[in-house]
Design a protein around this ligand. Structure first.
Ligand code: 2HG
Ligand code: ZN
Length: 464
C-alpha cells in the first residue's frame, strides 16, 4: 500500500477525528523537548474516543506501523519523538475531566488533561493534586503516567504512580483493559496498572485515568538557604527533616541560579553569594512550626553549614523563591544542554556527587556544568551546556563518550541512569547500567505479551 493510501484508510477509519500531514504539524507533533533527533513521522492522528484509539491500534497492527504517543511534548528523553516514519497519536483532543468524586477523592481524566488543570480542579474542591513540576502548565496526565513523572514534591508525596487509582488502557493488541477499578484495596494478583505506569507507551496507551487527590496543604512556606559548600547541604537536609514535615527539598548551584537571575525578572534571594543553595518547603500551619524552621536555620548557621537564608512571608515571595529553582531548566534550554538525570539513595549523594563532579571536571574542562535537582530524593540533574561556537553533533558525541564513566559510577553506587525523565531514546543504550540482563529479558517478555508486533512506541526503552 502506498503512503497516501495508508493515510486515506486511516482518515476514513477515524473520521471525523483529524489526521494531519502538513510539514508544520509533522515537525511540531513529531518531537518533545529533546533536541538530538530529527522528527520524521508518517502523519499525526488526534483521536476523540477510546474506540478510535482501538481502531488506530488495529490499523497499525495490520500494516505494521509504529505508533508514538504524544501529550504535552515536554518529555526530556525523546520517548515522544517519531523519527522513523511512525504515526503520532496525539491525545490533545481527549482532554476532558469525566468525573469528580469528593468522597473517594478521585478525578477521572482523559489522557490529554493538562496537569495544571487537574491541580486547579482539585483546589476548586478544597483538595490537592500533589505531583508538580515546572512544565505542569503544558504536560498532560497521559504523559505523566507514561513517564511516572516525579518533580518537586516527591519527598513528601511520591511519584505519579502513587496517585493513579485506576487506568483504562488500549494494549498493543488493541484490547481495552480496565485496571484496578479505582480500588484502594485489591489483592487479586498482578497489578497490571503499575506496569503501564512508566512504560512510556511501549505496552499500550492510557485512554482514561482515575487520579487520587489529597488534603490541601496549609500555609506552604519556602526557605532558600545559601550553603558554604555542597557537603553542607546534606546535614541541613537532615536537620530540617528531623524537625519539620518537608514538602520539598531542592538544591541548585550558584551557576544555575545565575542563569535565572540573568533573565532580570526574578529577584535574588539575598546578597551573599554561595556555591550552592537549598530550597526547602514545609507547611507553616502553626506559629510554632514557623519558629521551629527559624530555629533550625539558626542552628545550621551556628554549625557553619549555612551562610545566609530567607523565608517566604507571602504567596508572592513563595512563588518568587520557587522561580529560582523552577525556571532553571527552561532558561538554559537555548544553551542546548546535554542532560543527565541520575539518582542514588540519599545517604550516598555526597560521595556520589563528588565522584561524578571529578569525572565531569576532568572530561569537560571547557564546558559549563550545572548542578541542580531534587536532592531530598537523591535525584541530581547534571546539565552540560554546549559552547556557542561548537557544532551540535560534535557536542552530543563528546558528551556521549563521557557517559560511560558517569554511568559506570552510577552503577557502582547502585543508582539509576534515569531517575524521573524516563529512558526513551536518549538513555536506551545505557539501560544495562541500571537493569540486569535477566531483568531486561523479563521486561522484553512483558512487552511481547502486550505488543506482539512491536508497534507501540518502537525503539523506546529498548533499541529496535
Ligand atoms: C527539573 O527538575 C526537571 O527542573 C528538568 O526535571 C531537569 O532540566 C533538567 O535537567
Ligand atoms: Zn526534575
Amino acid at each position: 500500500m502506498t503512503q497516501q493510501a495508508l493515510i486515506e484508510e486511516l482518515t476514513a477509519l477515524v473520521a471525523p477525528a483529524k489526521v494531519l500531514t502538513d510539514p508544520a504539524s509533522l515537525e511540531t507533533y513529531g518531537k518533545d523537548w529533546t533536541k538530538q533527533f530529527i522528527p520524521a513521522p508518517l502523519a499525526i492522528v488526534l483521536p476523540r474516543s477510546t474506540e478510535q484509539v482501538q481502531a488506530i491500534v488495529h490499523w497499525a497492527n495490520r500494516h505494521r506501523i509504529g505508533l508514538v504517543p504524544s501529550g504535552g511534548r515536554t518529555g526530556l528523553s525523546a520517548a515522544a519523538v517519531a523519527s522513523n516514519g511512525e504515526l503520532v497519536v496525539s491525545f490533545e483532543a481527549m482532554n476532558q475531566v469525566l468525573a469528580v468524586n469528593t468522597t473517594d477523592r478521585t478525578v477521572v481524566c482523559q489522557p490529554g488533561v493538562i496537569t495544571r488543570q487537574l491541580q486547579d480542579l482539585a483546589a476548586d474542591h478544597g483538595l490537592y493534586y500533589p505531583v508538580d513540576f515546572a512544565s505542569s502548565g503544558s504536560s498532560q496526565i497521559g504523559g505523566n503516567i507514561g513517564t511516572n513523572a516525579g518533580g518537586i514534591k516527591v519527598i513528601r508525596y511520591g511519584m505519579t504512580r502513587n496517585w493513579v487509582a485506576g487506568l483504562k488502557v488500549v494494549t498493543g493488541k488493541g484490547d481495552l483493559l480496565e485496571l484496578n477499578k479505582d480500588l484502594l484495596k485489591n489483592a487479586t494478583g498482578y497489578d497490571l496498572r503499575q506496569l503501564f505506569i512508566g512504560a512510556e507507551g511501549t505496552l499500550g496507551f492510557v485512554v482514561e485515568a482515575t487520579m487520587r487527590l489529597e488534603r490541601a496543604p496549609k500555609n506552604l512556606t519556602a526557605m532558600v538557604l545559601g550553603a558554604v559548600d555542597f557537603d553542607s547541604i546534606m546535614p541541613v537536609l537532615h536537620a530540617f527533616h528531623g524537625k519539620l514535615d518537608l514538602t520539598a527539598f531542592e538544591f541548585f548551584s550558584h551557576a544555575s541560579m545565575a542563569k535565572v537571575l540573568a533573565r532580570g525578572d526574578v529577584p535574588a534571594p539575598f546578597d551573599t553569594q554561595c556555591p550552592f543553595y537549598a530550597l526547602l518547603e514545609f507547611e507553616a500551619s502553626t506559629d510554632e512550626l514557623a519558629n521551629q524552621a527559624l530555629a533550625t536555620f539558626e542552628h545550621c548557621v551556628e554549625q557553619g553549614w549555612v551562610l545566609d537564608g530567607v523565608m517566604s512571608q507571602s504567596e508572592q515571595q513563595l512563588r518568587n523563591l520557587w522561580k529560582l529553582r523552577e525556571y532553571i531548566s527552561e532558561t538554559i534550554s537555548h544553551f542546548t544542554p546535554y542532560k543527565n538525570d541520575i539518582s542514588v539513595t540519599v545517604s550516598k549523594v555526597p560521595a556520589f556527587l563528588k565522584e561524578i563532579d571529578a569525572i565531569v571536571a576532568q572530561h569537560y574542562p571547557d564546558f559549563e556544568v550545572l548542578w541542580y535537582g531534587h536532592i531530598g530524593d537523591g535525584n541530581l540533574h547534571l546539565n552540560i551546556l554546549k559552547p556557542e561556537a561548537m557544532d551540535k553533533q560534535a557536542f552530543f558525541d563528546t558528551c556521549a563518550r563521557v557517559n560511560t564513566w558517569v554511568f559506570e559510577t552510577v552503577q557502582k553506587y547502585n543508582g539509576s541512569i534515569s531517575a524521573e525523565h524516563g529512558v526513551g531514546m536518549t538513555k536506551r543504550d545505557y539501560l544495562a547500567y541500571s537493569r540486569s540482563p535477566a531483568e531486561i529479558e523479563y521486561m522484553k517478555a512483558v512487552k511481547a505479551a502486550f505488543d506482539p508486533n512491536g508497534i507501540m512506541n518502537p525503539g523506546k526503552i529498548f533499541a529496535l
